[in-house]
Design a protein around this ligand. Structure first.
Ligand code: FE
Length: 316
């Protein structure tokens, strides 16, 4: 049975691992325009300009790449406790820890594939220092005049051994709703998009072609416009950042996209923020067939082969 929607308020922040910490910090601050807010050990704390919380992204130096953790903010302390109880009843392991990145008590668990998930409610609202004060009181920070200035962390796309098992956990335990999926001719669901909000997706699972577990396909950031994404492509070309595919428009979810590899090797998507809203409480999951996928993306671009071969951390 599905958990009630709304106990999880939104995707909050992620911790990304990188073997090239300095270069990754350069990419996220100078190309994407995030703002560094602090350092602790091997970790650098960064934020998008429109995040009301202190932290959007933690970059941690590590021997390899990948996603260490995705953090979801609950909508209240009661909602947090309800979801923790559901996690415990589901049999997934978990434990309470001190929060990181300005967050309060945090329950650490994982999805069936082993991706670590942090759940919390208490958080520290960001207060900009004088040099970053916004002109408008309804914006947490002035938009940086550097890089393209992404507004928010938009979604996480995991690779997983079993897409249905993991999206079922998101739906039945955390209260996500599926909006679109890919079904192969064999009947296997090879990709499924889920949301906690009226955004059409927040957390996505794609089948890991290697059959391994716990890996990342990409994380995505949303700037204000398609023009910002075109500007990002130019900045990447000028600065030697690898562009994997795009700019173009996805058929699934209709997202305008650009995929690049940040210097640590993780795939980063720039996605347009005009993502459709799903307001219908009885939205039927849209299923795409193999034949439909073979037609390519919305404007005909074929899905690039490396989309099915590159994930992080890389495997030997
Ligand atoms: Fe994406």
């Amino acid at each position: 049975m599905r958990a009630p929607m709304g106990d999880i308020a939104h995707l909050a922040h992620v911790e990304l691992l990188t073997p090239e910490l300095d270069k990754s910090v350069w990419f996220f601050t100078q190309i994407l325009g995030l703002t560094e807010t602090g350092r602790e050990g091997d970790s650098v704390y960064l934020r998008t300009f429109d995040d009301y919380e202190r932290t959007s992204l933690i970059l941690t130096g590590h021997e390899t790449s990948g996603l260490r953790r995705m953090a979801l903010r609950a909508s209240s302390q009661e909602a947090l406790e309800a979801r923790v109880k559901a996690v415990q009843e589901s049999g997934r392991p978990g434990s309470w820890t001190d929060g990181v990145a300005g967050t309060g008590p945090t329950y650490l668990t994982s999805d069936p594939d082993g991706h670590d998930i942090a759940l919390y409610y208490e958080t520290e609202w960001y207060v900009a220092p004088d040099e970053l004060k916004p002109g408008l009181k309804n914006q947490p920070q002035a938009k940086p005049n550097r890089g393209i200035g992404v507004r928010r962390l938009d979604h996480v796309n995991y690779l997983a051994h079993d897409v249905v098992q993991n999206t079922t956990f998101m739906e039945e335990v955390l209260g996500a709703r599926p909006t679109e999926q890919i079904q192969l001719d064999t009947g296997e669901i090879s990709g499924r998009w889920t949301t906690f909000t009226h955004k059409s997706y927040d957390v996505v699972y794609s089948a890991d072609w290697t059959g391994s577990s716990g890996r990342l396909h990409h994380i995505a950031f949303a700037p204000d416009s398609r023009d910002d994404i075109l500007r990002c492509a130019d900045l990447c070309v000028d600065n030697g950042v690898f562009i994997e595919t795009g700019p173009h428009k996805h058929a699934i979810q209709q997202t305008f996209f650009l995929y690049v590899y940040e210097p640590g090797g993780n795939r980063i998507e720039l996605c347009n923020p005009l993502t459709r809203l799903v307001l219908a409480p009885d939205w039927p999951v849209v299923t795409w067939t193999e034949a439909e996928r073979a037609k390519g993306q919305a404007w005909g671009l074929k899905t690039i082969e490396s989309f099915h071969t590159h994930g992080t951390p890389p495997l030997d």
